[in-house]
Write a protein that binds this ligand. Structure first.
Ligand code: HXC
Length: 257
């Protein structure tokens, strides 16, 4: 596939995906979605790749879904085609994806950042769900993921007023894992992704799956789910290698089996 709206490069075991519609502040249209799904499927299927970073520009991670694409659509178009349902496939990426956010992450931009496994924020990052100002609402899971990430009060205020929060407020609220200087954002995200890519691949998948389960399951069901995956990892060669390497005071060498 010839990418027009994203850039994809491999840095060792890390896939760096950069949203690239600078004139529209990386507004997310159908083309971005199909290119992103194609790139993430290739990343997931490539055994040489262990973790991805999704980023935008200095000014905008993404300023939202493409308003100009949605403007003329009616209920029959939106409901009939289940508009935005395609983004669910992005969340089914099995290897970790880190969102590296500088500048605006608004509306669908904030929602896509929250679909990633965690968000690393530049000190310039600003997050918001301003859809209410367009007389609509989040439509890519933002009301649900934001409420789970920052709690009801802040999510409700952000959705009802469209108020943006800066990186500091986002970190205090638990929306982002940490803040880094804007100039270091992408390199820091790649470094973090490389750390993850250096772990045993099956353990990485299992850790991602169990943390995500916390958002869908009750506590006792989630704890049970975690324990079963944990037990399952004892059927892997890498568990034997990981524990032997610890005892022998050397680095583990993973086979992904
Ligand atoms: C389409 C967009 C866009 C968007 C910006 N642009 N955001 N195009 N969809 N979401 C375009 C502008 O039209 C403009 O194009 C160019 O990008 C630069 O934007 P400016 O507004 O001139 O930049 P600036 O003055 O710096 O303001 C930045 C901004 C503002 C504060 C981020 O662009 C803004 O408010 N954007 C919309 C944010 C928003 O409402 N997002 C939610 C979208 S709805 P031209 O051609 O004029 O140069 C959404 C829905 C999710 O995400 C699901 C429910 C439907």
């Amino acid at each position: 596939m010839n990418y027009e709206t994203i850039l994809v490069e491999q840095r060792g075991a890390v896939t760096l995906v950069t949203l690239n519609r600078p004139k529209a502040l990386n507004a997310l249209n159908g083309r971005v979605l199909s290119e992103l799904l194609h790139a993430m499927a290739a990343f997931d299927a490539d055994p040489s790749q262990g973790c991805a970073v999704l980023t935008g520009s200095e000014k905008a991670f993404a300023a939202g879904a493409d308003i100009k694409e949605m403007q003329a659509q009616g209920f029959a178009d939106m409901y009939g085609h289940d508009f935005f349902a395609g983004w669910d496939a992005f969340t089914r990426t099995r290897k970790p994806v880190i969102a590296a956010v500088a500048g605006y992450a608004l509306g669908g931009g904030c929602e896509v950042a929250m679909m990633c496994d965690f968000i690393l924020a530049a000190d310039t990052a600003r997050f918001g769900q301003p859809e209410i100002k367009l007389a609509v609402s989040p439509g890519m899971g933002g009301s649900q993921r934001l409420a789970r990430a920052v709690g009801k009060a802040k999510a409700m205020e952000m959705c009802l007023t469209g108020r943006m929060i800066d990186a500091e407020e986002a970190e205090r609220a638990g929306l982002v894992s940490r803040i880094v200087p804007a100039a270091d954002l992408v390199e820091e995200a790649i470094k973090t992704a490389a750390t993850i890519a250096g772990m045993a691949p099956l353990a990485v998948k299992a850790n991602k799956e169990m943390v995500n389960a916390a958002f869908d399951m009750g506590l006792s069901q989630g704890v049970q789910f975690e324990r079963r995956l944990f037990h399952g990892l004892f059927g892997t060669q890498d568990q034997k290698e990981g524990m032997a390497a610890f005892v022998e005071k050397r680095a583990g060498v993973w086979t992904g089996k």
